[in-house]
Design a protein around this ligand. Structure first.
Ligand SMILES: NC(=O)c1ccc[n+]([C@@H]2O[C@H](COP(=O)([O-])OP(=O)(O)OC[C@H]3O[C@@H](n4cnc5c(N)ncnc54)[C@H](OP(=O)(O)O)[C@@H]3O)[C@@H](O)[C@H]2O)c1
Length: 261
């Protein structure tokens, strides 16, 4: 999709990757409804970018998503592209995971993309064009120890993307699923960064990842997995998961010492 002149709703727009992606989309000629819970960061971003609307919203409920979608449609005068980028993570032994955090993560990482897609689809189908981009994670294909809730939410987001793409195959509305590996943003706490260093986890710079997301949108890719060897491990994990169990065992023991801190 050439984003020039397109009306785009971008969630998580004030985040580490969101603000870079927003700037890139605007520079390419798009008009943006930037959706985020962080009102202060959103206003600051909107002040620096032309052709943007700040839509402060809490995407952790169906009602919050309904209101946000209505405001996007009203401010943009329609919708051509929805980018579901907002997300949260958690690094913890599952027995220690806060039940409220489990629910919140499923709401923000999975249900919000579903609720927003549901809200925008009738308009896209009626105008006979549109695209939905869901940003998942490599952890949505390789279940990662101590990111169990996060992995679960991203596995489900991948399933949603695949099923919806097949459902819409005979229409002009396209679905893209994008899976970055770890990225250096504030989403990753100091403990995660320390664990990542101790386990030699590959971490990408946010601007590199955003450039790849932009290209995936431009090239109408269906599924994209960033980074080698992670993209290869995704395939190995689907065919030979026991091999990946073994390959990750030592790393998981190190990760546990950080998760239990
Ligand atoms: N960073 C990584 O290592 C990595 C790797 C693979 C995939 N991803 C995925 O990439 C996406 C963007 O990640 P990022 O690194 O840019 O994260 P980030 O810097 O933490 O940005 C996420 C943004 O989403 C917003 N948000 C959180 N909860 C919200 C809610 N209930 N309603 C509305 N907005 C909400 C946050 O606002 P607040 O600041 O107010 O919380 C923040 O501005 C996520 O889906 C993530 O899962 C990230």
């Amino acid at each position: 999709m050439d984003v020039k002149g397109k009306r785009i709703a971008l969630t998580g727009a004030a985040g580490g990757m969101g603000r870079l992606l927003a700037a890139k989309l605007v520079a390419a000629g798009a008009t943006l409804a930037m959706v985020d819970a962080n009102a202060e960061a959103l206003q600051a971003l909107a002040g620096n970018l032309n052709n943007t609307h700040a839509v402060t919203a809490n995407l952790s409920s169906a009602e919050g998503c309904r209101v946000a979608a209505a405001e996007c449609l009203q401010r943009l005068g329609g919708i051509d592209l929805l980018i579901n980028l907002a997300g949260i993570n958690s690094f913890a032994a599952f027995e220690d995971e806060d039940p409220d955090k489990i629910e919140l993560m499923m709401h923000i990482n999975l249900l919000a993309p579903m609720w927003l897609a549901r809200a925008f689809l009738p308009t896209m189908l009626e105008q006979n064009s549109g695209k939905i981009v869901n940003v998942g994670s490599i952890f949505g294909s390789i279940g990662f120890a101590y990111f169990t809730t996060y992995s679960t939410s991203k596995f489900a987001l991948r399933g949603f993307s695949e099923a919806l793409r097949r459902e819409l195959a005979d229409t002009a509305v396209k679905v893209t699923y994008i899976a970055p590996r770890a990225v250096k943003t504030a989403m990753n706490s100091d403990v995660i960064m320390a664990m990542g260093e101790a386990t030699k986890m590959n971490m990408d710079a946010p601007d590199d990842v955003v450039n790849k997301i932009f290209m995936a949108i431009k090239q109408d890719r269906k599924d994209v997995y960033f980074g080698f060897p992670e993209s290869l491990f995704v395939r190995v994990n689907s065919l030979l998961p026991r091999l990946v169990d073994k390959a990750l065992a030592a790393q998981n023991r190190i990760a546990r010492t950080f998760a239990k801190k």
